[in-house]
Design a binder for this molecule. Structure first.
Ligand code: DGL
Length: 261
């Protein structure tokens, strides 16, 4: 599983809780985050490099792209080039928000890269062409999370400004289309109002992963087994371990360093 940094830990948490017997290797590319403001070509190249490392060095049986920006930029090329199944976060999130919305009118927020790619509109059009989706980029949110700041006046002011267009349209569900955003749940919930259901793709992706492993006969069937968890970062290891353990929980005790080629 990989992400640009800490956001994918929301998917890692959901996966560890749902699939405790499985081994997990998580790579946060903190030396090169944020991905959201980079070109899709660049994110595609980073994603391929990380995928090859996880395959070659860690012999992974399935790759989870725990980042919306990388899913938007690289899922198609990863699926085409890798000899293992690859799961992204966009489709599971879209299925969940369609289910959560009673009016069929919902919002999706994400990074500039994800929203600009049109990947969410494409996915909604494929899954339910009658659904009304409004999307909005939220530059700056990821930077707050990566600094460990989840509440406070600065983030509130930014949220009110960025989310205004979505609120004006009138939606009843909002998909957090960036794996970092669940950490900002409280502020986002306050700003959009409690009658708007917030949907995080993290849980849905873990459910989709469980189904995929079952379908392919790759799931560990020994339910007494306790999976191992390894964490890798391309950036500052001490920072990754400190903030990562706050975000993920006790499984993140230490991390290894990876130097992108
Ligand atoms: N967590 C990533 C996502 O889901 C992006 C964060 C970044 O911009 O690096 O899009």
């Amino acid at each position: 599983m990989f992400d640009s940094g800490f956001g994918g830990l929301t998917v890692a948490r959901a996966t560890i809780d749902l699939l405790p017997a499985e081994d997990l290797v998580y790579l946060g590319d903190t030396a090169r985050y944020p991905y959201g403001s980079r070109s899709l070509d660049e994110v595609r190249a980073f994603s391929l490099g990380i995928a090859r490392f996880l395959l070659d060095r860690h012999d992974v049986k399935v790759l989870v792209v725990a980042c919306n920006t990388a899913t938007a930029a690289a899922l198609d090329v990863l699926v085409a080039e890798l000899p293992i199944p690859v799961l992204g976060v966009i489709e599971p999130g879209v299925r969940a928000v369609i289910e959560a919305s009673r009016s069929g009118r919902f919002g999706v927020i994400g990074t500039i890269g994800t929203i600009g790619s049109g990947a969410y509109e494409d996915s909604v059009a494929t899954i339910d062409p009658s659904a009304g989706v409004v999307t909005c980029a939220c530059p700056g949110f990821v930077e707050f999370v990566e600094r460990g700041v989840f509440t406070g006046p600065e983030i509130e002011v930014l949220s009110r400004r960025l989310l205004a267009p979505i609120i004006d349209v009138g939606i009843d569900a909002l998909l957090l289309g960036c794996t970092h955003y669940p950490y900002l749940n409280r502020v986002i919930g306050d700003v959009v109002g409690r009658d708007v259901v917030l949907v995080s793709s993290a849980d849905e992706t873990a459910f989709a992963l469980a189904r995929l492993l079952d379908q392919l006969g790759l799931a560990i069937v020994d339910h007494d087994r306790v999976g191992g968890h390894r964490f890798i970062s391309s950036g500052d290891i001490r920072l990754f371990t400190e903030l990562g353990s706050r975000l993920l929980g006790p499984e993140l005790i230490d991390a290894e360093r990876w130097q992108p080629g």
